[in-house]
Ligand binder design. Structure first.
Ligand SMILES: Cc1cc2nc3c(=O)[nH]c(=O)nc-3n(C[C@H](O)[C@H](O)[C@H](O)COP(=O)(O)O)c2cc1C
Length: 212
């Protein structure tokens, strides 16, 4: 058989790779056990609009986080670096109704930029504060469509000119049930038509952000 001969495979959520993120939220009374700051893992997440910046996450009704997000209309999408990968997986297999996942994973809840109730994860390289605009019931999952109202990033990710260098964040992607560290840069937006000197400049040099 030749490499590109085709075989039909079963219908499934096969779109890969996808981001995997840690979604943090809290109820209106964070002192109570049932509304304390919580973290869940989400792979069904994506950017859906540029102006205003918007994203969506799809969450099953059975998740404790679903209740918290529905109550406040707020959540934070925390990007996952290599050092957070194990905690990310853990937060995807344990329920926040039964345990404090911030404590279990030795993570620190910090008030999220631009939000009243939700907490961000201090140890995350980038935290994206979101306000829910609408909820779409799709079937197994409810899709929370949200506007991004604030973003914080670790200072080591900024270069001398204040540009965010996400290539230094050692981010993790999710591919068909497995976590992968992003590593090899293959190109950049428009590189297929860029002049040689630009390609040399963008591909030759290390990013200017400080390594961590
Ligand atoms: C890699 C990974 C991706 C996941 N993606 C989703 C998702 O997109 N939506 C969802 O509802 N649950 C997803 N889950 C499952 C939840 O994270 C899991 O049920 C978690 O325990 C829910 O926490 P909570 O009950 O404290 O909200 C995922 C789990 C893992 C490990």
């Amino acid at each position: 058989m030749a490499k590109h001969d085709k075989v039909e495979v079963g219908l499934s959520t096969i779109l890969n790779p996808v981001p995997v993120v840690m979604v943090s939220s809290a109820g209106k009374n964070p002192e109570s056990e049932s509304e304390r700051p919580n973290i869940m893992t989400v792979a069904w997440a994506g950017t859906i609009n540029s102006e205003p910046p918007m994203l969506s996450i799809s969450v099953r009704k059975s998740r404790h986080s679903h209740k918290l997000i529905s109550e406040t209309g707020e959540f934070v999408v925390n990007l996952v670096s290599k050092s957070l990968c194990k905690a990310c997986d853990y937060c995807g297999v344990r329920g926040g109704d039964k345990e404090d996942k911030f404590k279990s994973c030795s993570l620190t809840p910090v008030k999220a930029k631009g939000l009243k109730y939700a907490y961000a994860i201090k140890e995350a390289p980038v935290s994206i504060s979101c306000k829910v605009k609408s909820v779409q019931e799709l079937g197994s999952h409810d899709m929370f469509i949200a506007e991004i109202v604030g973003i914080t990033a670790d200072t080591y990710l900024l270069d001398d000119k204040g540009k965010l260098c996400l290539d230094n964040a050692r981010l993790v992607a999710y591919n068909h049930g497995e976590y992968y560290l992003l590593g090899e840069k293959l190109g950049f937006f428009g590189y297929s038509v860029a002049p040689e000197d630009i390609i040399k400049k963008r591909m030759g040099k290390e990013s200017k952000g400080k390594k961590k």
